[in-house]
Ligand binder design. Structure first.
Ligand code: AMP
Ligand code: FES
Ligand code: ZN
Length: 311
């Protein structure tokens, strides 16, 4: 690992990786041993590795998979998550870390078609917001479902597998277009808010790991994950930003780490103060989640259009 100036073997690498995760959780005060954590698992290396590591550290971590019904992708990724969840019953959670044995981790699947009547590609084709860019509708759906399950399941925090490559690309894009509001809000921890019915606390314990670090952990520990990218991601701007940053990293190792950590330092020093929300949030009249719209939230409007379309 050139960027960390470390050379570790197959035994010590996973130990280093687990310990680094714990350091990040503590440094950013993400959650404690008594908190109930919901891990959003996509079937990819990052989120499965995150679930694995949190359980090894003895945290109460349950999984959530959202089946978006994307042909040739969702079935395969769901299969990876379900297989992984089955192995958890036999997982050797290190007893030395926390004394009391934890109850077995739970795993929730939200199937979009079963719960809302349509898959993501179907909704995206139907609504104006999704035409040509299903990822925008996908992001909206995932945020909504994650917030709902976190809140309704009584979880203290939602954890996602975003890694350094993801965070650096998001930061790069937001700086490039001077989306100052987004820059100010980008952080390893987003606090919960009670406003408008409640936004759950969100954390990214892997935000300081390179993508290749999480891939190495998954490979060494034998986590079977989906290699393919979602077919809708092809040509996404985030992938272009990643390519630019990869090129810079290649010529100048640690570029991404310095870019992101420098930002976090500047943030801590108060360079990016969040503007007070100008829009007032209130609960959606249908689902009760926070929205700035007068009646239904953007998520509920997606399905209302379907009902009206049938008339
Ligand atoms: P992505 O937006 O695909 O880069 O994913 C970022 C993070 O969101 C992943 O590391 C997961 O924690 C979470 N995530 C993405 N897709 C899903 C899904 N279908 N179900 C549950 N969590 C997901
Ligand atoms: Fe959401 Fe691909 S995973 S559009
Ligand atoms: Zn709603």
């Amino acid at each position: 690992m050139r960027h960390h100036k470390l050379a570790l073997c197959e035994i010590h690498y996973p130990e280093w990786f687990v310990a680094q995760t714990e350091r990040a959780i503590r440094k950013y005060r993400m959650f404690g041993p008594d908190d109930r954590v919901l891990v959003a698992v996509s079937g990819g290396k990052d989120s499965l590795a995150l679930w694995d590591v949190l359980l090894k550290l003895g945290y109460q971590a349950d999984g959530l998979y959202i089946d978006l019904g994307i042909e040739g992708y969702s079935d395969a990724s769901r299969d990876k998550v379900e297989r992984f969840a089955r192995t958890l019953r036999t997982l050797n959670v290190r007893p030395s870390v926390r004394p009391a044995p934890r109850p077995a981790a739970r795993f929730t699947v939200v199937d979009l078609r079963a719960e809302y009547g349509e898959t993501l590609p179907e909704v995206a084709r139907r609504v104006r917001r999704g035409r040509g860019k299903p990822c925008s509708v996908c992001g909206l759906i995932k945020r909504h479902v994650m917030n709902r399950v976190t809140r309704d399941g009584g979880y203290d925090v939602l954890a996602t597998g975003h890694n350094l490559d993801d965070e650096a690309a998001v930061l790069f894009g937001n700086v490039l277009h001077w989306k100052t509001g987004y820059v100010a809000r980008q952080a390893p921890v987003l606090s919960a808010s009670q406003e408008g019915g409640g936004l759950s606390r969100k954390v990214k314990p892997f935000c300081r790991f390179y993508e290749r670090d999480t891939a190495a952990y998954a490979l060494i520990t034998g986590i079977d994950y989906i290699y393919d990218e979602c077919p809708h991601a092809l040509g996404a701007t985030s992938l272009r930003y990643k390519a630019v940053l990869n090129d810079m990293e290649e010529k100048s190792p640690s570029t991404k780490l310095q870019f992101y950590l420098g930002f976090l330092r500047a943030r801590q020093e108060g360079f990016f103060c969040e503007q007070a929300e100008e829009v007032e949030l209130h609960p959606c009249s249908n689902c009760g989640q926070p929205t700035s719209a007068p009646d239904l939230c953007a998520f509920c409007r997606l399905w209302k259009d379907a009902v009206e379309g049938e008339r």
